[in-house]
Write a protein that binds this ligand. Structure first.
Ligand code: ATP
Ligand code: MG
Length: 224
């Protein structure tokens, strides 16, 4: 499903610095993995590369056999819209739209009918514990509530690849375990590939395999 080979990325500003060195990873359909590693090591950068939001210096990223590196922006945008769900570390919600409008955004972009979209939004609102809050503008929510809306939005269009960057960092333990279960179930039920970036051992333990990113590359935790 997702196949990453020998990925490398350096940033030139403010000073030249290699962030990812020779990262390789395979994630199969229905498989959910965690990536851990110290702050600043490059976990968010790796997710951005997979989502095509940044370009690597070298290496290959294949999704369903299709090479993403080198695709033009239009194709990457289409692919992202149809196949990927991204929970960003900073939520990137639209504060002046309501909770429901935010969650329905990927459905509207994929031409899902209003009736189907509204059913999907209701069921997601219930799974994130925000039933009845669909009409609230997002700017009126707490940080933890915004985080749950960001997760629902990432899952709305049943993406084949789910990328979640520290999705439970702002949540209390009960909401966090709810959201962890929701992510895991969506990967399983949708036969998707899921990548969870987290500092939390409890969150990582909800996945099938744990990897650690270090300056030499990405390694299974038991081997790191
Ligand atoms: N656009 C950019 N330009 C320059 N440097 C960047 C850019 N994006 C990230 N970096 C640098 O790359 C390094 C890795 O950042 P990244 O955000 O991937 O770390 P992370 O592992 O996600 O950390 P955290 O656990 O704190 O979220 C950091 O040193 C960061 O300053
Ligand atoms: Mg990060």
């Amino acid at each position: 499903m997702l196949s990453i080979r020998n990925l490398g990325k350096s940033f030139l500003c403010p000073e030249s610095r290699e962030v990812l060195h020779d990262v390789s990873l395979e994630v199969a359909r229905g498989e959910y993995i965690a990536i851990m590693g110290e702050s600043g090591i490059g976990k968010s950068t790796l997710l951005n590369l997979i989502a095509g939001l940044e370009m690597p210096d070298h290496g290959s990223i294949r999704l369903d056999g299709c090479e993403l590196v080198g695709l033009d922006d239009n194709r990457l945008t289409r692919l992202r819209r149809q196949k990927m769900g991204f929970v960003f570390q900073a939520f990137h919600l639209l504060p002046y739209l309501t909770v429901s409008q935010n969650i329905a955004l990927p459905l509207a972009l994929n031409d899902v009918s209003e009736r189907d979209a509204s059913e999907r939004v209701s069921s997601l609102l219930a799974s994130i514990g925000l039933a009845g809050r669909g009409g609230s503008p997002v700017r009126e929510l707490s940080g933890g509530e915004m985080q749950r809306v960001a997760i629902a939005r990432a899952l709305a269009h049943r993406p084949q690849l789910i990328l979640a960057d520290e999705p439970t960092g702002n949540l209390d333990p009960v909401s966090a375990s709810h959201v962890q279960a929701l992510l895991r179930d969506q990967v399983r039920q949708g036969n998707a590939a899921g990548i969870l970036v987290t500092h939390s051992p409890a969150a990582a333990a909800t996945t099938d395999r744990i990897y650690v990113l270090n300056p030499e590359g990405l390694f299974p935790r038991d081997a790191a």
